[in-house]
Design a protein around this ligand. Structure first.
Ligand SMILES: NC(=O)c1ccc[n+]([C@@H]2O[C@H](COP(=O)([O-])OP(=O)(O)OC[C@H]3O[C@@H](n4cnc5c(N)ncnc54)[C@H](OP(=O)(O)O)[C@@H]3O)[C@@H](O)[C@H]2O)c1
Length: 271
């Protein structure tokens, strides 16, 4: 399985909605299939399930890459580190592999340095191996890098799929050496029935979801699709074996229409 420079497997499992016994069962199925990267967040309420699945799987801690994300109410001075310690307790581990700021604080309500400095301190304390951000724009990434100095931003997790290809941001991150993770890489299942993707997938003997995931990998991104169904978990995982020709890439590139599925009022001014 391909990993980025910070040890993150490019194929990951999103865990939004994977709660309770069913959530643990889906994660265990994913682990059996070969997933070694779980993406959770304080706000998903799936940290406990991630820890439970890890323990039930019998895998060594070092064999699983775990990301969590700090929720906005925990950005204030003195709040971030205790919240990350609670996350570690909930998961049942000593250190996460990656901690992200889930969203930038709207209108700088909590000034950026306040939460970025606490994030860096959490890393220095060993609570997280690496640190990064999510839903950050180019301007916010530049400000974050200025605050962090030599400490690298190990990830920017953003919405990215064939209908929202985020080229300006992805190009900036590539040039700055900031790995990007594509969230909702299969656009929540809405690519099914697409008049361009369906015939392309049929011709290649794959699914449209596999095309979208392989497209993310071909662009150098990590992808974290989720499913509650074993067959889909397996077929999504198998997208790692799919190779796309330059013509396939051009066809999928043509589908970019800027359709942003996650765009709350509190979102930053997107690039
Ligand atoms: N940082 C952020 O702000 C942020 C925001 C959103 C999401 N995320 C992360 O990204 C992960 C993925 O996003 P998401 O869960 O919202 O959406 P997604 O992975 O793009 O799509 C999941 C949906 O697609 C369906 N699906 C899965 N595989 C399929 C396939 N092969 N063919 C057709 N449909 C399929 C699933 O239904 P079934 O379960 O019925 O298969 C589910 O309804 C999240 O779980 C979360 O970890 C991060």
């Amino acid at each position: 399985m391909q990993k980025n420079n910070y040890g993150m497997p490019l194929m990951g499992l999103g865990t939004y909605g994977r709660r309770g016994a069913e959530g643990v069962a889906a994660m265990l199925a994913a682990i059996e299939i070969g997933y070694r990267h779980l993406d959770t967040a304080q706000s998903y309420d799936t940290e406990r399930e991630c820890g439970e699945a890890l323990r039930q799987s019998g895998l060594a801690r070092a064999d699983m890459f775990i990301t969590t994300k700090i929720d906005m109410p925990n950005f204030g001075s003195g709040k971030l580190i205790p919240s990350l310690r609670r996350s570690l307790d909930t998961i049942g581990i000593d250190q996460v592999d990656l901690t992200l700021i889930h969203w930038p604080s709207p209108h700088n309500q909590v000034p950026l340095p306040v939460y970025i400095e606490q994030l860096a301190e959490a890393q220095a304390l060993g609570l997280t191996k690496t640190i990064g951000v999510s839903n950050f724009t180019i301007a916010l990434l530049q400000q974050t890098q200025a605050i962090l100095g030599a400490v690298p931003i190990a990830n920017n997790q953003v919405e990215c799929h064939p209908y929202l290809q985020n080229r300006k941001l992805v190009d900036f991150c590539a040039a700055a050496g900031i790995p990007v993770t594509a969230y909702q890489p299969i656009a929540k299942g809405t690519l099914v029935g697409d008049p361009v993707l369906e015939p392309l997938a049929a011709g290649k003997g794959c699914t449209v979801a596999q095309l979208a995931i392989a497209y993310a990998f071909a662009r150098g991104l990590a992808a974290i699709p989720t499913s509650g169904k074993r067959e889909r978990l397996a077929s999504n995982f198998a997208a790692q074996e799919l190779s796309l020709t330059p013509a396939d890439m051009a066809t999928i590139a043509s589908l970019d229409r800027g359709t942003r599925r996650i765009n709350p009022a509190s979102a930053p001014a997107w690039d």
